[in-house]
Design a protein around this ligand. Structure first.
Ligand SMILES: [Zn+2]
Length: 399
């Protein structure tokens, strides 16, 4: 099997440098206009212009996150792109100077279920903020993402449920393909018109935004292949696998990744959208993925659940009432250096906001450290051992 060839502009908006590969697992550097990002990489999710429960200083200085996600749907509805444009783009507005990726809003609108109506033109829906009728299309999504000014922009796609029939998934995938062409064309016009608020000069790069295509097709391998071929034919700076972790069995998810990832252009970054737990990340890296995002470390942090090297820890559990040990004895984060499970449990039960903040901090540290370990092991040729030991340790003392 050979990966499809693809086109890039010159100079490119992004450059992906591959440093090492072990079986399908790749380690590399993604050069962006706001600095290099070592891959595989986990991107904390900053939905509404904030990675919930943590300050940017900590994300940058202590956790050293190189790239975060912004959310088109949420930022478009509130505060709106006129506000963000007036404040100089999303980087300046929120005070984050490192790289960002914005999603297209397609997934959030899709998640609204019965509240939305999909046509060839785009998606009509009611805003969750004020109930007003809104319309999102490839052209609108590209315009919003240019105003936000992230380094990486995603095409506007339609997502089919994980268990979608072949017929439903095919229609959805074909619509995504037509929307990908419209996204590409609108994006190119916006770049030519310098609508991107995040433009910066960068050596060897164009300084413009990069656009990623999204491969859909639910769990049907013929549709995934057709989607991949069509997406690569249009030509993007990177490629994402969308529509996974949306209700299908986990084994199905890994089958799709295993089949699709090795066929994706090998010279460009491969992004698995919205997945997953630390073990999912390691398993997807083993199948050829370079980039990840997921709300789990922040969302679960707010509900008192910690991810640790020995599995999940539910801080509400009474067994931690007098436990002086940290969340994770193998973790070097400032929360684990300072605070006990007993204290975190007390904060959580007392409804103190610091509980969410501290557990979120640790969870993000754990996700980012895991990826650091993954990268080092691929580079040194020890990834199979890392993967085996990581999985074994996770299962040694869950709850
Ligand atoms: Zn920690």
């Amino acid at each position: 099997m050979t990966a499809y060839e693809t086109r890039t502009s010159n100079p490119p908006a992004l450059r992906f440098e591959r440093l090492a590969q072990q079986d399908e697992a790749r380690a590399g550097i993604l050069h962006t206009r706001r600095g290099p990002i070592e891959t595989p990489v986990f991107m904390p999710v900053g939905t509404a212009g904030t990675v919930k429960g943590i300050r940017f200083e900590e994300l940058e200085r202590e956790l050293d996150a190189k790239i975060i996600l912004g959310n088109t749907y949420h930022l478009w509805l509130r505060p709106g792109i006129e506000t963000i444009r007036a404040c100089g783009g999303l980087h300046r507005f929120i005070g984050w100077e490192r790289a960002m990726l914005t999603d297209s809003g397609g997934f959030q609108v899709w998640s609204l279920g019965a509240l939305r109506k999909i046509t060839e033109e785009g998606t009509e829906f009611r805003s969750h903020v004020d109930g007003s009728l809104q319309f999102l299309s490839p052209e609108v999504s590209m315009e919003v993402q240019a105003a936000l000014g992230a380094e990486i922009v995603m095409v506007f796609d339609e997502c089919a449920p994980g268990e979608a029939t072949h017929e439903v998934a095919q229609k959805s995938m074909e619509l995504t393909a037509r929307w990908a062409r419209r996204s590409r064309s609108a994006f190119d016009q916006l770049q030519a018109a310098r609508a991107d608020t995040g433009y910066v000069e960068a050596t060897g790069l164009s300084g413009a935004q990069a656009l990623f295509g999204i491969i859909q097709g639910a769990s049907h391998s013929d549709l995934r292949r057709t989607s991949l071929e069509g997406t690569v034919e249009i030509g993007f700076d990177g490629y994402a696998i969308g529509g996974l972790s949306v209700g299908e069995e986990k084994s199905v998810m890994f089958e799709v990744i295993e089949e699709v990832a090795p066929l994706m252009p090998s010279e460009q970054p491969r992004y698995l959208m919205g997945v997953g737990t630390p073990e999912d990340l390691v398993e997807a890296v083993a199948r050829g993925i370079d980039m990840f995002d997921c709300v789990l470390p922040t969302r679960n942090g707010r509900t008192g659940q910690a991810f640790t090297s020995r599995g999940k820890v539910n801080i509400k559990n009474s067994q931690w009432a007098r436990a002086t040990l940290p969340l994770d004895e193998n973790c070097g984060c400032s929360v684990c250096q300072k605070h006990s499970r007993a204290y975190l449990r007390h904060l959580y039960l007392a409804g103190e906001m610091l509980a969410s903040m501290l557990i979120t901090h640790h969870n993000l540290a754990f996700f980012l450290d895991t990826m650091r370990g993954v990268r080092q092991s691929i580079r040194s040729g020890g990834f199979p051992k890392f993967r085996r030991e990581f999985t074994e340790r996770l299962n040694t003392s869950g709850e």
